[in-house]
Design a protein around this ligand. Structure first.
Ligand code: PMT
Length: 391
């Protein structure tokens, strides 16, 4: 694996990335730009990677070979971290005026980019366009996070944490592209049913499970559309994200796209009821109690099941506090699903909001699968593998 380090304060975090990759048994070769060496010494990366560090296009290579070409060929993954706005721009336009950039142009290995910069630079239309250009050209991104930035600002632009970058790297090269050429639709998060202009009915879904499935599907080569409720979670890079509010909006967004999809995963927690009418003005409080009449929302999964196309795979989720498996089985049949993923609200480390989940996967043929408690990211791959088998 080749790791290209650019000049940003987050370069120090890439030392941990290299260390973690080494612990996983990876052979790591580091390239540092000139400005990267202002932040971290070459010796640090040489020690961590246990390999010579390439810094100079015209230096004497450790062995006699054209170094940027040999590194480009060696790479089974080219990771750029922290990727500065400057390097992203040059990568987007094919400028190759240092070792990192020449290696990028010369390699045909998958590319993973972990940007880090000031929030205004990150959200600048030029940077956004450059990232889109790179993404459209096949580069993968570990999106920057939000928080305190080294420049003193607070906002988006922090490099993703080393663990996340390493996970993304491993996923990228360890993933079989078994969904290449497939279109996958995933729903995630909670719907919001307006009561008046300031109030709504919703639930605790964070969208993590659905987003993990969308990311996994993208990593496995699918074209992915993610229809999600209002959520602070960023959509995985390269995934088409459609943000909706109410169940009716989700229904419209899903049903209009469904006929073109090979696999549909309904991980969203959809409100079954919505206020019969939405007050145009804020409802004023008084001393009297208040009742709100509710009407049934459309059942999106049921409609999908009724209109399922030949060869299309439909995966539902089920959340219950009682008789989980019996109710999940009923939903599997009633909604004409191929798989029903049943998760309990009562298990620790499962369900809403957390990063892990415990589920039972019910299949149409009566088989059941109960993976151990694991990260939603890992579970997403298991669910997709089961979905692929249904075809
Ligand atoms: O988002 P996280 O915080 O990561 O949490 C994940 C999760 C717990 C929300 C998720 O894994 C999950 O269980 N989602 C489904 C919750 C749910 O709505 O379950 P249900 O049993 O009410 O619905 C069954 C299925 O029908 C679901 O696939 C649901 O999307 C779908 N449905 C429900 C109602 C409705 N009106 N339309 C639907 O399509």
């Amino acid at each position: 694996m080749v790791v290209g380090v650019c000049g940003g304060i987050a370069a120090y975090k890439v030392v941990e990335v290299v260390s973690r990759l080494k612990k996983l048994g990876a052979e790591v070769h580091v390239i540092m730009t000139e400005s990267a060496q202002e932040f971290v010494g070459e010796l640090t990366f040489r020690t961590m990677s246990q390999n010579p560090v390439a810094t100079d296009m015209f230096g004497t290579p450790a062995r006699w070979e054209v170094e940027h070409v040999s590194l480009a060929q060696k790479a089974d993954l080219f990771l750029v971290a922290p990727a500065t706005a400057n390097t992203l721009a040059k990568m987007a336009y094919g400028i190759a005026d240092n070792m990192l950039l020449t290696t990028y142009l010369a390699t045909r290995a998958p590319v993973l980019i972990a940007p880090a910069m000031n929030k205004n630079m990150y959200t600048h239309p030029v940077t956004v366009e450059n990232m889109k250009k790179l993404s459209d050209g096949g580069c993968n991104f570990v999106r920057a996070g939000e928080g305190f930035l080294a420049c003193g600002d607070v906002g988006i632009g922090r490099m993703a944490e080393p663990a996340e970058i390493v996970d993304a790297a491993v996923n990228l090269i360890a993933c079989e592209k078994d969904l290449a050429g497939k279109r996958v639709l995933v729903t995630a998060g909670a719907t919001q049913e307006a009561i008046d202009p300031v109030r709504f009915i919703t639930n605790h879904s964070s969208g993590k499970m659905g987003v993990a499935i969308a990311r996994a599907a993208k990593l496995r080569g699918a074209e992915v559309v993610l229809v999600h409720g209002k959520s602070s979670l960023p959509a995985p890079y390269g995934v088409e994200a459609v943000c909706v509010g109410s169940a009716q909006e989700m229904c419209d967004a899903v049903l209009s796209r469904a006929p073109k999809c090979d696999i549909i995963v309904k991980a969203a927690a959809v409100a079954d009821y919505a206020p019969e009418s939405v007050s145009t003005q804020t409802i004023k409080k008084s001393d009297a109690d208040l009742s709100i009449a509710l009407k049934r929302n459309p059942d999106i999964l049921e409609s999908l099941g009724k209109n399922k196309l030949a060869g299309q795979v439909l995966v539902g989720f089920c959340m219950e506090t009682q008789d989980l498996l019996a109710n999940a089985q009923k939903k599997l049949e009633k909604k004409n699903c191929d798989l029903m993923v049943a998760n309990s609200l009562t298990e620790p480390g499962a369900g809403f909001g957390c990063d892990t989940n415990t589920v039972t996967i019910l299949k149409k043929n009566g088989e059941k699968l109960t993976p151990e408690n694991m990260s939603k990211e890992a579970l997403a791959h298991i669910i997709l593998s089961e979905a692929v088998k249904c075809k």
